[in-house]
Design a protein around this ligand. Structure first.
Ligand SMILES: CC(C)(COP(=O)(O)OP(=O)(O)OC[C@H]1O[C@@H](n2cnc3c(N)ncnc32)[C@H](O)[C@@H]1OP(=O)(O)O)[C@@H](O)C(=O)NCCC(=O)NCCS
Length: 218
């Protein structure tokens, strides 16, 4: 069993803790030591100790995963940890996730329960693919992206570094979301989004109107 800490102690951190428990049920892999949080309001989270702030990690050789939902904050914390020579990042995949054998996942990624990553997908460092999200063939997801629950990336979608998808975002095939951009919850992204932009909304624009009963004449 390898020693592991979760950096962060909020909602996503508790979800990642659940993933660790599920992984260990299938195959005992991680000796979970506790949570690291500079701003913890409690000494215990999910029945496990909050070990201390980032200073606790100095000189330690344990694996770690940065379970902070915000891409920008996650990047800042990872960069602080990289200043410590011993930083070794774990990749955690919930056993109920489906990850194709041609999928590349870089260190620090967290793939939650029920997520599906199909074929020839590339996922960069410290990416979150949250519960039930679908990442289809040939998608390229850069470092520090966050894909919220139930989002659906059709084929060959590209997310730039730090791009964030709210819950249930759909991105149609071949479309890109730029670096540090965001698509709000429920958004359907149908054209490329430049860097540093937030887009929202469905696209329920009427583009065709047929006479009632048209379907009986086909
Ligand atoms: C996109 C988002 C970040 C915008 O937050 P914000 O900057 O605080 O924006 P506001 O709430 O001030 O809204 C600004 C405008 O955008 C609209 N808007 C915001 N989010 C929207 C969404 N998801 N879909 C459609 N319209 C949205 C608001 O109605 C408002 O419109 P108005 O100016 O015409 O009144 C946020 O609404 C969102 O969707 N976050 C994702 C949360 C999520 O899914 N997290 C996953 C957790 S696991």
């Amino acid at each position: 069993m390898k020693d592991l800490v979760i950096v962060g102690a909020g909602g996503h951190a508790r979800e990642v803790h659940q993933s660790i428990l599920a992984i260990n049920r299938v195959s005992p892999t991680w000796n979970f030591l506790g949570f690291i949080d500079d701003f913890a309001r409690s000494t215990e989270v999910a029945g496990c100790p909050v070990l201390g702030g980032m200073a606790w990690l100095r000189g330690k050789t344990c694996h770690m995963v940065v379970a902070i939902g915000s891409p920008a904050v996650r990047r800042r914390v990872v960069n602080e940890l990289l200043l410590q020579e011993s930083a070794e990042f774990a990749t955690l995949i919930h056993p109920s996730a489906q990850v194709g054998n041609s999928v590349i996942l870089e260190p620090g990624c967290m793939v939650s329960a029920g997520a599906i990553l199909t074929a020839d997908v590339k996922i960069g460092r410290h990416v979150i693919v949250n519960t039930g999200a679908v990442v289809s063939h040939d998608c390229q997801i850069a470092d520090f992206c966050t894909i919220a629950p139930m989002s659906c990336l059709c084929g060959a979608v590209r997310l730039g570094e730090g791009a964030e998808l709210g819950a249930s975002v759909t991105i149609i095939p071949g479309v890109s979301l730029g670096k540090w951009s965001m698509a709000g919850a429920g958004t359907t992204v149908i054209r490329d989004v430049p860097d540093n932009e937030t887009v929202v909304g469905g696209t329920n624009r009427v583009i065709n109107k047929q006479n009632a009963g048209w379907h009986e004449k086909v």
